[in-house]
Ligand binder design. Structure first.
Ligand code: KG4
Ligand code: ZN
Length: 350
């Protein structure tokens, strides 16, 4: 059953075709430069860009895959959580196509997509361990930082989440304070390679709390106070050390909480997804942590780490095959539904 996936929850516009658990093709677009001058994603600009990009991307997808719309059997679209105006562009396109082609459509939770992104298969990759065994999923990006326990498909428990900023947001804000531009993560990553992570001492929040939550707003405030003690010339000369120290404060917490989650649950299979998993140092430290502790780890390639439609089509396909579909009057939801990550609340099928 070929499923068309559509993702427009934030600033990335993405479409993909998935069949028999394999990604057949994917086309994506985003325009960081449009948002860069504002130092972060501007929802209105993101929605306008989706309107411009989406249908041409679907045309490109057909050309790339050689698969026509008439061969698509159902549509999965990100319906929650995300920027409302952005979600609507994808949802209205999905509904219109579904009605025209007379096929079912399904609204999917974006975070469920991230949870399973490590298991996407294509011509170039296949996952390192089976999706049928329980695993821990850390989704860490500009919009989310959450740690899930996955016992099986559609059975999720949130072990911990950020209480304030997402990790990627902290990277972006730090880069903005240093005048590095947007998105800041890759720039901080690059500079940090040449810096001394021990040069500046910055806080590791909630390390002693014993729980699995995260907090990055205190780090941002400490970073800002640290910069206020330095002259412009000192900041300029020590940018690499500043980036390495800030980055280490984020990564230390991510790895420690992952380690704590492994110990608490006894589950030794882990996936890390989301834009921040592109961080070269995070990949290094996570790989060596996994090797040292005999943990099976999947960090998918970048195309499946950042927001993408393949993960939405993959999750949607599983649910559609199980008989789920959405009604034509379903709209977007800016937040997840309580029952998405708590099975005890699941009373009726949507
Ligand atoms: O998953 P994503 O593309 O979009 C969402 O936010 O959902 O993630 C983007 C985030 C941004 O905050 C960006 O700064 C961060 O991922 N990021 C990185 C790196 N590449 C992207 N953070 C740290 N190091 C990187 N190399
Ligand atoms: Zn995302």
């Amino acid at each position: 059953m070929i499923v068309l996936g559509i993702e427009t929850s934030c600033d990335d516009t993405s479409v993909a075709l998935v069949d028999a658990d394999k990604v057949l093709a994917m086309c994506s677009a985003s325009k960081d430069l449009d948002h860069a001058k504002f130092g972060g994603i501007v929802p209105e600009i993101a929605s306008r860009n989706h309107t411009e990009f989406l249908l041409p991307l679907i045309e490109e997808l057909q050309k790339k895959s050689g698969i026509q719309l008439s061969q698509i059997k159902s549509i999965a679209v990100t319906q929650r959580p995300g920027l409302f105006g952005s979600l609507i562009v994808g949802i209205m396109t999905a509904k219109s196509l579904a009605q025209t082609l007379n096929i079912p459509w399904l609204g999917v939770n974006h975070l469920e997509g991230h949870i399973w992104a490590g298991f996407l298969k294509d011509e170039l990759i296949s996952p390192k361990f089976s999706e049928t065994k329980p695993f821990l999923a850390l989704a860490v990006s500009g919009g989310h930082t959450s740690l899930y326990q996955v016992d099986k498909f559609a059975d999720y428990k949130i072990l911990g989440s950020t209480l304030d900023d997402a990790a990627g947001e902290a990277f972006d804000k730090w880069a903005q304070m240093l005048g590095l531009g947007f998105p800041g993560g890759p720039k901080v990553d690059e500079l940090a390679k040449k810096g001394d992570a021990k040069k500046f001492s910055l806080p590791r929040a909630l390390l002693n709390e014993g729980d699995l939550n995260f907090s990055f707003s205190g780090l941002k405030a400490s970073g800002s106070r640290l910069l206020a003690t330095l002259s412009q010339a000192e900041i300029e000369n020590q940018k690499a050390d500043l980036c390495a120290s800030f980055q280490a404060a984020i990564l230390d917490v991510l790895i420690l909480k992952l380690d704590r989650a492994v110990q608490k649950t006894g589950i030794r299979r882990v996936t890390i997804t989301g834009g921040v998993s592109a961080n070269s140092r995070l990949r290094e430290v996570a790989e060596s942590w996994a090797e040292k502790n005999n943990i099976e780890l999947i960090i998918p390639p970048m195309r499946y780490c950042t927001d993408n439609a393949a993960m939405i089509a993959w999750v949607g396909r599983k649910r559609l095959l199980a008989g789920e579909f959405s009604p034509m009057n379903l709209s977007a939801s800016a937040s997840s539904y309580p029952e998405d990550f708590d099975r005890t609340l699941l009373v009726t099928k949507r």
